[in-house]
Design a protein around this ligand. Structure first.
Ligand code: HEC
Ligand code: HEC
Length: 307
């Protein structure tokens, strides 16, 4: 027992100082022609079985990159069973989906198109349909082998790379504008580090780079088994990809089951179940104020003007 405690202490001492938050870069590398094609696909309802939904229907880029619903609504009003995460900054996530079942954005993009409670389409029908449209020509200019399932997903993933949100007030603070945050917000950041939120929410996406259990130090009601659904390993029960906290003020409701609309209840729950201790109301409010400084700027790529 003592040895376990000692090992844990060493682990904490070694890992905590390494847990830092880094600003989102101003630019990211991508292929503009593929990304522009991906942008068109992302906004195209022809990707759903009855032409009613596009990726953007559930991932509203101007409003946090999600749908602000508890559960998503798919084709014919089918109700999903998990909260829609944002697509903004998803390129920084180490895996995609709450349970990490897709290893990257390209693999992820196959999912919603064929998911019966999302776009309910079928690639074996979609690809021939797209070949009948202007996409045939557009793909052939960008991909040697034209329209294929892989190239559709690849173009969408290329567009998603561009959806980064630099220049949040917090990132500007990290870059040296020390006066850009109020003292209350700075206090929130200090508590976020000192109380241990940062052990799970860190890196460029302030999350998105590890799995953790929802309810590490206190059991919480939860009807989704999370990562266990993928691995069937009992140690993975109730583990989820730790969500990014970037633009968190825009993406309510919160948690994989959308149980809270407000950040105050969300942070109160995190303190209790992840850190195992209640937090004072003013501490919670300052952490919430800090979280609201994480909203960045989104620039959507545009077609080049013809000369
Ligand atoms: C009906 C609503 C809906 C539509 C349409 C939809 N999504 Fe999603 N999206 C979701 C939900 C719900 C999840 C979470 C599913 C899960 O984790 O099991 C999700 C997850 C994602 C993620 C993972 C983000 C993360 O942090 O794990 C990405 C990326 C994404 N969607 C992109 C897309 C793209 C690209 C399309 C179009 C091809 C699309 N979505 C269409 C609802 C939707
Ligand atoms: C031990 C790891 C861990 C710690 C520590 C932790 N979190 Fe979390 N956080 C998670 C996980 C896992 C989730 C996803 C839970 C779910 O929805 O099932 C989450 C979800 C969240 C969400 C909701 C995000 C969303 O998009 O729905 C917020 C906000 C949040 N955490 C803030 C905090 C704050 C503030 C602290 C410190 C008081 C904290 N977290 C401490 C792991 C952690």
């Amino acid at each position: 027992m003592l040895r376990i405690v000692f090992t844990c202490l060493i682990f904490i001492v070694i890992t905590v100082p390494a847990a830092t938050i880094t600003p989102i870069p101003q630019n990211i590398e991508y292929n503009l022609n593929k990304a522009l094609l991906g942008k068109k696909l992302f906004n195209d309802t022809r990707l759903s079985s009855n032409n009613t939904l596009s990726c953007a229907s559930c991932h509203d880029l101007q409003n946090g990159g999600d749908d602000n619903l508890i559960f998503a609504v798919g084709v014919d009003g089918a109700i999903g069973n998990i909260n829609t995460p944002t697509v903004l900054n998803s390129t920084f996530n180490f895996r995609q989906f709450w349970d990490g079942r897709a290893k990257n954005l390209q693999e992820q993009a196959y999912g919603p198109i064929e998911n019966p409670i999302e776009m309910a389409h079928d690639f074996s029908k979609l690809i021939p349909q797209l070949k009948e449209t202007e996409y045939k020509n557009e793909f052939s200019k960008v991909y040697k082998d034209g329209i294929t399932k892989k190239n559709v997903a690849n173009a969408i993933a290329e567009f998603e790379k561009t959806l980064i949100t630099p220049n949040s007030r917090f990132d500007r603070y990290l870059r040296g504008e020390k006066e850009i945050l109020s003292n209350f917000e700075k206090e929130g950041y200090r508590l976020f580090k000192d109380k241990g939120c940062i052990t799970c929410h860190h890196g460029v996406n302030i999350g998105g780079n590890l799995y953790n259990k929802f309810g590490t130090l206190m059991e919480i009601e939860n009807d989704n088994l999370g990562r266990f659904n993928v691995t069937k390993n009992k140690d993975d029960k109730y583990y989820f990809k730790v969500p990014s906290l970037r633009n968190i003020a825009l993406t309510s409701p919160y948690f994989h089951d959308g149980r809270y609309y407000d950040l105050e209840s969300t942070v109160t729950t995190m303190a209790l179940v992840q850190l195992g201790r209640p937090m004072k109301q003013d501490e919670i409010l300052s952490i919430v104020a800090f979280l609201k400084t994480l909203t960045g700027e989104l620039k959507i790529i545009e077609n080049r003007k013809h000369d």
